[in-house]
Ligand binder design. Structure first.
Ligand SMILES: Cc1cc2nc3c(=O)[nH]c(=O)nc-3n(C[C@H](O)[C@H](O)[C@H](O)COP(=O)(O)OP(=O)(O)OC[C@H]3O[C@@H](n4cnc5c(N)ncnc54)[C@H](O)[C@@H]3O)c2cc1C
Length: 193
């Protein structure tokens, strides 16, 4: 149950309950549209949507559940119902955050947004001495990016580097003006200086 269909005129995406975000992304991209999904596209849409869901478009568009238009669901008593702002509104309220407690969602309808600009994204890794500059850069980019930048900061001691600590951040941006990031020389393959 991974079928996804897109209505470009209505700007909606209808996805079956077993779809992954990659299915939604691939179908939406054909029309230069995008849904608010997760930051990776190999998770299922079911759990992520029913638990709230945030992703790269969230700074501009809100959570996945803010852009969920309806859910088709099989309830415990076998009934198949649609929940939306117009039908079964109490169930629709409950589904947006606690959804997996109420039944099996077989279909989700999401609001879609124009994605005419190709996002620029990647993963940068730095040695610990760059941490202060990395945090300064992230704070500035998020504060001034008008929701067009998304970034996550993490810490790791990956085995290929001999277990030396690293800070890293995956990012995505549609800002036209590229920012000058802290020096990327200290990447994952180098030793800390
Ligand atoms: C690598 C990784 C990156 C992640 N990144 C993000 C992120 O950027 N943003 C974010 O919000 N979350 C993120 N998550 C968390 C993610 O939202 C949860 O792991 C979510 O549960 C994944 O959805 P799933 O359908 O694969 O869930 P599953 O693990 O399959 O299920 C989770 C729960 O949802 C229920 N469920 C799943 N599908 C349905 C359905 N169709 N109907 C009813 N109940 C259902 C299951 O029964 C279970 O209780 C990430 C997780 C991972 C592993």
């Amino acid at each position: 149950m991974r079928k996804v269909s897109v209505d470009p005129a209505a700007k909606t995406i209808t996805a079956q309950g077993g779809a992954l975000w990659v299915d939604v992304d691939d179908a939406a991209q054909e029309h230069r549209l995008a849904a608010v999904g997760g930051t990776v596209n190999h998770t299922g849409i079911g759990g992520l949507t029913l638990q709230g869901g945030y992703g790269w478009l969230s700074p501009q568009r809100g959570l996945v559940i803010d852009n969920l238009l309806s859910v088709r669901m099989v309830l415990a008593d076998g009934r198949i119902v649609t929940a939306s702002e117009k039908e079964n509104t109490d169930l629709f309220w409950a589904l947006r955050g606690a959804g997996s407690n109420f039944g099996v969602a077989t279909e989700f309808v999401y609001r879609a947004f124009d994605q005419k600009v190709d996002p620029w994204c990647g993963l940068l890794a730095f040695t610990p001495d760059k941490l202060e500059k990395v945090v300064e850069f992230l704070n500035d980019a998020v504060a001034t990016g008008k929701g067009r930048n998304g970034m996550l900061l993490g810490f790791a001691c990956p085995p290929p580097t001999g277990g030396y600590p690293r800070s890293w951040f995956p990012f995505s941006t549609t800002e036209q003006k590229r920012r000058r990031t802290p020096r990327t020389r200290a990447c994952l393959t180098s030793s800390p200086s």
